[in-house]
Design a protein. Structure first.
Ligand code: 13P
Length: 259
């Protein structure tokens, strides 16, 4: 089966409202000649406070070429959870995707595999798409435990999901040592890990789900790296940090994904 590529921009904790609206407007202008039917799925994940502004810019433009995500959510529906945002609230703000389990959330905010699993279930129950992040640290890579660590993150994240829910989900493999360092993971190695992840998905949810699920690479993706990454058998797109903060570099990555 051919999987539609996904290019997602994680804006992390950058950009005020006006800057976010400007960025998405610039991006939509850069992409306006692309054929909606054949272009990659393009997603941007601004900070919560910019969701309204970005969603409004997208609606005003009406071009339908960029979709909205947020960078986190809570798994409860509502209640006394100060500082948290529910999936329904993210959906209400226009989000169709939610990034969960990013290594920065795991490292700085104590997000566990169990929380990632609860969030994935809630996101899918609300009809949104989880972008589930996984990845090893440099120490884990050097200790030779990359595959076992990632397999256990994926098994935990997908625990209890139906094959149909797994098929709709997106996974992002982001080696922590490649994030924000300029040290992109070698494409062949990234593909090897992603194919391994697809094998784990097959064991859990069957061949159809493994064939359908999109698995992205993330970690210092740039316009110069995307073509080689997309030429690999199992890499279905990219989760982009730094290079998504400029419309021209992100648009080049979107275009490069088609080559
Ligand atoms: P960089 O592209 O800046 O390395 O960030 C990757 C990332 O963490 C995306 O979620």
């Amino acid at each position: 089966m051919s999987r539609r590529p996904v290019i997602a921009g994680n804006w992390k904790m950058h950009k005020l409202q006006a800057e976010s609206a400007q960025l998405v407007n610039d991006l939509m202008a850069e992409l306006k000649d692309m054929d909606k039917a054949t272009m990659p799925e393009v997603v941007v994940a601004p900070v919560f406070t910019s969701l309204y502004a970005v969603n409004k810019a997208m609606t005003d433009c009406g071009c339908g070429r960029v979709r909205l995500a947020c960078q986190n959510c809570y798994f409860e529906t509502q209640g006394a959870f100060t500082g948290e945002v529910s999936v329904e609230m993210a959906k209400d703000a226009g989000c169709e995707y939610i990034i969960i389990g990013h290594s920065e959330r795991r490292q700085y905010f104590g997000e566990t595999d169990e929380m990632v699993n609860k969030k994935a279930k809630k996101i899918l129950a609300e009809g949104l798409v989880p972008i589930i992040c996984c990845g090893e640290s440099l120490e884990q890579r050097e200790a030779g435990v990359t595959d076992s660590h990632i397999a256990s993150q994926i098994k935990a994240a997908l625990n209890g999901l139906t094959p149909d829910e797994v098929a709709k989900s997106i996974i992002a493999y982001e080696p922590i040592w490649a994030i924000g360092t300029g040290k992109t993971c070698d494409s062949v190695e990234a593909n090897r890990v992603i194919a391994m992840i697809r094998g784990v998905v097959k064991d859990i949810a069957g061949a159809n789900a493994a064939d359908a699920i999109r698995i992205l690479y993330g970690g210092s993706v740039k316009p110069e790296t995307i073509e080689e990454q997309m030429a690999q058998s199992d890499i279905d797109g990219a989760l982009v940090g730094g290079a998504s903060l400029k419309a021209d570099s992100f648009a080049k990555i979107v275009r490069g994904a088609l080559k």
